[in-house]
Structure formats: C-alpha cells, structure tokens
Design a protein around this ligand. Structure first.
Ligand SMILES: N[C@@H](CCC(=O)N[C@@H](CS)C(=O)NCC(=O)O)C(=O)O
Length: 205
C-alpha cells in the first residue's frame, strides 16, 4: 500500500497512526501542502480533490481519511472496528460527527492560525475563526459529556473512531485551542494520544 500524505495534516495523522498501530506495511509518499504538491497534475490524477490523504491499495485508490480508516480495519479484521452491528453503528456515528462537525471547526481554527506563517501574505480570516470557535463551544460539551466515566468514545476499548476524533485536535496546543475546561475531553485526548499516536512535533510544512 502507498499512502500519499502530509504528516503534519490531522487527516493524515489519523491514518499514519492507525497504520503504525496495526503494524501494517506501507510506503509513505510525502506531499507538502505548503509547497502546493497536492495540486500537481500527477497527484490530481490520483485524487481529483487535491487533498491528502489518499491510500493506494493495489489498483484501488481511496480518499477520505475516515473511509481509509474503515477500509484498513475491515481489511485486516481488526477489533478496532467492533464486530456487532450496534458497535459498528456507534463507531460510524462518531466518525461521521467528526468529519461533519468536529474536524471542520478545529481545522478552520488550526488552518487560519498557521497559514500566515506558511503562506507569505496570507491574512487570517478572523470572522471564520470566530464562527469556528462558536461551533467548537457547542461541540466540545457534547463530546465531553459523552466521555464522562468513559475511557473510549465507543464501548470499553479503542476503536477507529478514537483515531479520527483525537487526530483533529492534535494541533490544539500549537494553535492555542484551549480545551482544558472540558476535563473528560482533555483526559481522553491525552490518554488516546499516549496509546495510539506518536509524539507531535511543532513542525509545520
Ligand atoms: N474530508 C477529507 C479532508 C481532507 C483535507 O481537507 N485535507 C487537507 C489537509 S488536513 C488538505 O489536503 N489540504 C490541501 C490543500 O488544501 O491544498 C478527509 O478526511 O480526508
């Protein structure tokens, strides 16, 4: 398998973390978002969205990070995707919530805070940051309340939903997103990071 990814991107981080956790062999094809390598004509033939990550598994090209996570766990029969239908529905519920709500809010703040340093002349869209912060202030309590008394978002053990949710918040310290007021959520992020993610670097490239 080949993974096209920029390792600093949260959507790539979740796939890299899962590949490592499952000890699956793969070749990393690094692409720099900052250098606009995701927009090259060669890469657009692989992923017409010009976004990372993309997994190439034999002849099959798969984009959308959560689809990649689900493909990997089902391909190898990992217990990171529950066997029972309710466990699967619950896992997918949190992965859709992550992709539809949680990631957009966190990604907007992360991108708007990091872009001026990465793209000379870029001016932060403060209105977008304010909207995303308002969304985050509605989303974080939902996840925080759900995590009360729980170590994992679904059931009693690690699932792919944890990889998806935690990766989105991986740059929180770097960009000044303060989630410390959400005690269950903060503990959860740290626990899952130490279980399943490599230590983060401050590198942005
Ligand atoms: N929904 C997609 C989002 C992918 C995405 O937005 N990737 C960003 C990095 S986190 C990207 O490739 N940006 C490149 C660009 O905007 O040129 C997924 O989950 O894979």
């Amino acid at each position: 398998m080949i993974l096209y990814a920029d390792p600093v991107s949260p959507n790539c981080t979740k796939v890299l973390a899962l590949l490592d956790y499952l000890k699956l062999p793969y070749q990393l094809h690094p692409l720099s978002i900052v250098k606009r390598e995701t927009q090259s004509s060669d890469y657009l033939k692989i992923n017409p969205n010009g976004l990372v990550p993309t997994l190439v598994d034999g002849e099959f090209r798969l984009w959308e990070s959560n689809a990649i996570l689900l493909h990997l766990v089902t391909k190898v029969g990992s217990d990171l995707f529950p066997q029972d239908s309710l466990g699967r529905a619950d896992t997918m519920r949190w992965m859709f919530w992550q992709a539809s709500h949680w990631a957009p809010a966190l990604t907007t703040i992360t991108f708007e805070r990091l872009a001026p340093a990465a793209f000379p002349g870029y001016q932060t869209d403060e209105a977008a940051v304010t909207r995303a912060q308002r969304e985050l202030s509605q989303l974080a309590p939902v996840l925080d309340a759900h995590l009360k008394g729980r170590d994992f978002v679904v059931g009693q053990s690690l699932t792919v939903a944890d990889f998806a949710l935690v990766a989105s918040a991986s740059k929180r310290d770097l960009v000044g997103i303060d989630l410390s007021g959400y005690a269950n959520l903060s503990r959860y992020l740290e626990r899952i990071e130490s279980l399943a993610f490599r230590p983060q670097t401050a590198e942005v490239g």
